[in-house]
Design a protein around this ligand. Structure first.
Ligand code: GDP
Length: 346
């Protein structure tokens, strides 16, 4: 006798969710309704062509109500204390009357389907706050896809009344550059250590930083943290500043004991005031929009070229000729563009 057990359970009729109209989405988001905000973000994250079109229409309608929030990116290696710090900072901000959205850009979710940022039970105190909204990265998506969705999710959250958006990422691949290019202020968290702090870190990330916070400055770490802070100050000192209106400070904090986080946020506010007063904030946002627009154009063009049947038919021959030394890379590129229908000479 078969010992396979029939696990099928009789289910009641599956209730399909009502399809929402464009106006439902727009009004729902603007009213600050949590469920509608979640559904609007799902629309932004959808890969269906129909949903994508509707998402763009929705974003256009929401645009006049967004772009007012304070956008802050936070990065650091796994274990540096990002979630602990964001939780404490987020709770402080909610207490001070802000509405805080936390979004994540997790490049590891695209590689493994799992994620460094999403898997942990994170920010349990913040997640129960009425004024906080936490949205993890969509999984199984390329980094380009995740960043596009995060940018658009940010606009939806802003239209729903969130005046602070914290975007968290880990220091993997291009994710730091991508996040720094969608926020007004980029905060880099570092660990205290002795002597060799600067060795293991990517110099590039210091160039992106609007502030460095040495975390875990509690317990026995105090003197090591101060030494690390001094080294980062020296390192920043010899770098060309990103802005003439701002010198990136280095602060010592403890996310775990909520130490110096109020002072940290005061610096973020100071930065905003300094850049707003000179018009640099608006310039920075506009330049980000332009870079993003052109990046999408390039992306779409490349996709359309690589899926072009003519190009696909000739690609192998062209690559083989380059391997055999019968063709230079420039002529190879010309042939690919010819196959795509672009005739200008390189
Ligand atoms: P993430 O991977 O960067 O998000 O790091 P987590 O916030 O998950 O923190 C990693 C570990 O460091 C956890 O065990 C935290 O309790 C601990 N931690 C985080 N911030 C601090 C801090 O300010 N001081 C100390 N002593 N430990 C901390």
């Amino acid at each position: 006798m078969s010992d396979i057990v029939n696990h099928s359970v009789k289910k009641g009729p599956v209730r399909k969710r009502r399809e929402l109209s464009l106006d439902d989405y727009v009004e729902g988001v603007l009213s600050g309704d949590r469920t509608m905000l979640g559904r609007a973000i799902s629309l932004v994250e959808s890969t269906s062509a129909r949903h994508r079109k509707m998402a763009q229409e929705m974003l256009l309608k929401l645009l006049p109500y967004s772009c007012k929030a304070h956008r802050v990116g936070i990065t650091g290696v796994p274990g540096v204390g990002k979630s602990t710090t964001i939780e404490a900072l987020g709770c402080n901000l909610c207490e001070a009357g802000h509405k805080v959205a936390i979004l994540t850009v997790d490049p590891t979710s695209s590689i493994s389907g799992g994620s460094i940022l999403g898997d942990k039970t994170r920010m349990s105190n913040l997640s129960i706050q009425q004024s906080a909204f936490i949205r993890p990265s969509p999984s199984s998506c390329t980094l380009g896809g995740v960043t596009k969705m995060t940018r658009e999710t940010m606009l939806v959250c802003e239209a729903a009344g969130f005046d602070v958006v914290l975007v968290e990422t880990v220091g993997v691949g291009q994710s730091e550059t991508q996040v720094s290019d969608m926020v007004d202020f980029f905060l880099v968290l570092m660990l205290p250590g002795a002597g060799d702090e600067l060795q293991g870190i990517k110099k590039g990330v210091l160039e992106l930083a609007d502030m460095i916070a040495v975390n875990k400055c509690d317990g026995n770490n105090d003197s090591r943290a101060k030494m690390a802070a001094r080294e980062y100050r020296n390192a920043l000192h010899i770098m060309k500043p990103q802005s003439l209106n701002w010198t990136p400070p280095v602060v010592c904090i403890s996310g775990l004991s909520n130490m110096n986080l109020v002072e940290l946020w005061e610096k973020v506010d100071e930065h905003r005031c300094a850049l707003e007063a000179t018009g640099e904030l608006q310039e920075r946002r506009t330049a980000q929009q332009f870079r993003w627009m052109w990046a999408m154009v390039e992306d779409r063009l490349i996709n359309s070229l690589k899926s072009n049947q003519n190009v696909i038919a000739q690609m192998n021959d062209i690559q083989n000729s380059i391997t055999d030394g019968a063709l230079t890379a420039t002529v190879g590129a010309q042939r690919i563009l010819d196959a795509f229908g672009l005739t200008e000479t390189l």
